[in-house]
Design a protein around this ligand. Structure first.
Ligand code: NAD
Ligand code: ZN
Length: 367
């Protein structure tokens, strides 16, 4: 077994493995569970595109119980958790059982939450299969589900035993989903690493040779922040850049015709929150322009009306990251340097939403 080709990153109570040969390690990792029941959580796409490869590589997983749910953010819900807890119970899962989450962020967020709560907690492992989950959602131990139309309202912190990232799984992911993940990478560059931002700006998606570097750089940035502050008391809030407005837009879109993926909403959030950063943190307008142009060049523009702004503000007020009603932001003073706990007035947030509409319109008319 050539371990050299596997990148190993230590997290708090977990380990992350990245590379084409990670299943050699996974095979050993799950050996202790062979005497008990192993469950694999999938959706219809990961069942089709990822499970065959996994079973070729680890034959005895043929005996695992596969639990399939329908894909989509709308299924990251307590109703679906109920069904999965029931299945685990029907199949007599016990404290020694293992749940392997094979999928995107929906599967790892919900599967992690199910495992953390079933019989007060069983072990789980993440095998992330989307770019977003490979560079972000599968690590850091935030698990949970949406509730009453609000993102990630029910959940807890609990780390997987291990995370196994196999970049080749991205080959079946469509461009829109790849771009959704790319937004989190852009965020990582913007908050911590200008050099990485500049590389991303040039484009790292189209050539699969870049994927390993992309995944590894993002994982290192996220993991370092998580290690410093696992429960999000301080530094971990850096990772929320783009997400106060992003989450509001994502929730808003879930109740409207044109659905935004998580990373697409974050990409718009990055533009708006960079605009706010020019007003409050002294981010230069040159860097704001660089950020807006980079994002607008790659992502389709999204149409939301001025008449919906108040609804977005109400959603931001319900964000669980707020304290005492003030809307809380992470902002940047320059590319690569971020600051937490910045209070922003509704007026400036409205200006930021207007700014996005304006630059998006310009982008559309120039196409
Ligand atoms: N816990 C965290 O720290 C964290 C961080 C960021 C995002 N998130 C959460 O992650 C979720 C979004 O994750 P996502 O973007 O991975 O969404 P997702 O899980 O919905 O996956 C996106 C789509 O890709 C399909 N898919 C997955 N793997 C595939 C493959 N290899 N080939 C083809 N299709 C494939 C899925 O079936 C789905 O249709 C959101 O709920 C967000 O809140 C969590
Ligand atoms: Zn995110």
């Amino acid at each position: 077994m050539s371990i050299n080709k596997i990148i190993n990153v230590k997290s708090c109570n977990s380990e992350i493995f990245i590379g084409d040969e990670v299943f050699n390690v996974l095979k050993e990792y799950i050996r202790p569970y062979q005497g008990s029941k192993i469950f694999i959580l999938v959706d219809e796409n990961t069942l089709q595109y990822c499970i065959p490869e996994l079973i070729i590589q680890i034959e005895y997983l043929q005996n695992a119980e596969i639990i399939e749910i329908n894909s989509g953010e709308e299924n990251k819900s307590l109703d679906i958790c109920y069904q999965i807890w029931k299945t685990l119970s029907d199949y007599k899962a016990d404290r020694q059982s293992l749940l392997i989450n094979v999928g995107g962020g929906v599967i790892s967020d919900m599967g992690g939450f199910i495992a953390s709560t079933f019989k007060r907690g069983i072990d789980f492992i993440n095998v992330p299969t989307t770019l977003l989950s490979q560079i972000d959602a599968s690590v850091g131990g935030k698990v949970g589900v949406d509730f009453e139309g609000l993102k990630n309202m029910i959940g807890c912190f609990n780390e997987p035993k291990g995370v196994f990232i196999y970049p080749n799984f991205l080959k079946t992911l469509n461009k829109r989903q790849m771009l959704s993940g790319y937004a989190e990478a852009l965020k990582h560059g913007l908050i911590k690493d200008k050099k990485y931002w500049l590389e991303l700006k040039k484009g790292m998606l189209s050539d699969s040779k870049n994927w390993l570097k992309l995944i590894t750089t993002s994982i290192h940035i996220k993991n370092k922040i998580v290690l410093a502050d696992p429960k999000e008391k301080n530094e971990r809030k850096l990772l929320n850049f783009g997400h106060t407005i992003g989450h509001a837009l994502e929730t808003y879109s879930l109740n409207n015709d044109e659905l935004l993926f998580h990373g697409e909403a974050v990409a718009i959030g990055l533009i708006c929150e960079s605009y706010i950063s020019t007003k409050i943190m002294g981010l230069s307008t040159t860097e704001l322009k660089e950020i807006s142009t980079t994002i607008l060049n790659q992502y389709s523009t999204y149409k939301f009306e001025e008449s919906d702004f108040h609804q977005l503000i109400e959603l931001m007020k319900k964000d669980k990251k707020n304290k005492k009603q003030a809307i809380n932001f992470t902002l940047i003073s320059e590319i690569g340097k971020a600051h937490i706990d910045k209070k922003v007035t509704v007026e400036i947030i409205l200006d930021a939403l207007n700014y996005y509409n304006l630059v998006a319109k310009k982008e559309n008319s120039s196409n």
